[in-house]
Design a protein around this ligand. Structure first.
Ligand SMILES: [Zn+2]
Length: 434
């Protein structure tokens, strides 16, 4: 081969390489364009929010379209948050929930309805969101978030909404997001109140562990099924979470203007219902967000060395001898309470408000909380007579029975499974609210 011929070939190769590079760049650009551009339908659909100066116009709408948000928990908080994020045009929304839609959820979890009873909540939510806005992609994870799957599930998303309701899941979500550098919008609510905050903002702000280095004692944690909840009150919190998510995505918050905060909402407060407190920045001793003293790592989480449920604890209700100190609902139905000489009335230890909704005729109510705090509440009962104790599911009744035995009641038994078993095994017409 002559020198000229070789040089010519080399030039040709170089030219082909250049052309190939340009074509690749053009293809990438075309791909980007197809993701970025709004359809005419979308211009109209999002027009009213694009006009709002604080929102930031077309460029913010495109940011939403290109954003990926993960919502963990499709319950009272997740329902309005998911609906608003879908309606606003967030391009990809992931939903994690392993629970199924129950009738007791419907007064507040408004993304579900009677037609999706018993369906997985993530799936039920997806159906409603697709009806609302078919431009968006909805990915469902019908599983519980665990040490093994949390990193895999969270990693592809830009932002996480923590709509869960147990300390163990809050710590797991926090640690996963801190270690992956994701911002968390965190909300919680119970009865008529709730709170809202943004954690690990841009991997700089304080995290959940900075606020709560240790979990609350398990007996102080009340769930919605125990404490009750007003639908629109928790809905306000979920809606505020959606607002904060939009502000994060469109760039309303920046490293410079963001200050850690905690907003408290009290729906039934006589005066001011919303208060916001400025919070301190990261805690230097934080075991996860400060890399210098970090003890919590991805490896430790995935290997199960960090045991969230064990660390957050659970109440131990197994304090009685099942043979001698417990009876079934069927056995209770055979007890003759007219024998007042030997028997105290059936003792129902649920909170007063639940007792007033429905109770077994002839039973009396002394709530477990009163029973555990005060001795005088038992004055109407005779410790020498037999006593049977009942609650909703047979947990508080065990603790109450133990207290009575410690206070020298001679013969006390609790009802296994409580009123829930009473309804299933004895009286199907008993009005249940759980
Ligand atoms: Zn921290």
């Amino acid at each position: 081969m002559t020198v000229n011929k070789e040089a010519e070939l080399r030039r040709e190769i170089e030219a082909l390489k250049k052309e190939n590079k340009e074509l690749k760049a053009q293809k990438l650009n075309d791909n980007k364009k197809s993701v970025c551009a709004l359809s005419l339908e979308e211009y109209r659909r999002y027009g009213r929010q694009m006009q709002v100066p604080e929102f930031g116009g077309l460029s913010s709408q495109l940011k939403l379209k290109n954003s990926k948000i993960l919502v963990i928990g499709a319950g009272g908080l997740g329902s309005p948050a998911l609906l608003y994020l879908a309606a606003a045009g967030v391009g990809k929304i992931g939903i994690v929930d392993n629970d199924v839609v129950d009738r007791t959820n419907l007064h507040r979890q408004i993304i579900h309805d009677t037609s999706t009873l018993n369906l997985n909540k993530a799936e039920s939510a997806r159906i409603k969101m697709r009806l609302l806005n078919s431009n968006i992609e909805v990915v469902t994870y019908p599983v519980a978030l665990t040490n093994l799957n949390s990193f895999q599930i969270v990693e592809p998303y830009d932002l996480v909404l923590d709509c869960t309701d147990t300390p163990a899941s809050r710590y797991l979500i926090n640690d996963t997001c801190v270690l992956l550098g994701k911002t968390i919008i965190s909300g919680s609510g119970l009865r008529t109140e709730g709170q809202l905050t943004i954690l690990n903002f841009h991997n700089q702000g304080p995290c959940y562990r900075c606020f709560y280095p240790t979990p609350p004692p398990p007996n102080t944690v009340t769930s919605c099924s125990n404490g009750g909840v007003i639908g629109p009150c928790i809905g306000v919190l979920g809606t505020m979470m959606a607002v904060e998510a939009l502000k994060c995505v469109v760039g309303f918050y920046t490293q410079e203007n963001f200050h850690p905060f905690l907003t408290l909402y009290s729906g039934f407060a006589p005066g001011q219902k919303l208060r916001t407190f400025r919070m301190r920045s990261r805690m230097s001793k934080c075991k996860v967000c400060n890399p210098d003293v970090r003890e919590i790592t991805r490896e430790k989480i995935e290997q199960g060395v960090i045991d969230y449920k064990g660390w957050c604890g659970a109440m131990n209700y197994n304090v009685l001898n099942p043979q001698t100190q417990r009876i079934t609902a069927k056995q209770l139905s055979k007890v003759d309470f007219s024998d007042v000489e030997h028997l105290n009335p059936l003792l129902d230890v649920r909170p007063r408000i639940q007792y007033d909704i429905s109770h077994i005729d002839g039973s009396i109510n002394i709530p477990y909380d009163d029973l555990s705090r005060s001795k005088s509440v038992l004055e109407g009962l005779d410790p020498h007579k037999k006593t049977y104790v009942i609650c909703r599911f047979g947990n508080d009744s065990q603790l109450s029975t133990k207290i009575l035995l410690e206070r020298n009641f001679e013969d006390v038994k609790d009802v296994i499974g409580g009123l829930d078993s009473w309804k299933k095994d004895v009286n199907a017409d008993f009005p249940s609210y759980w």
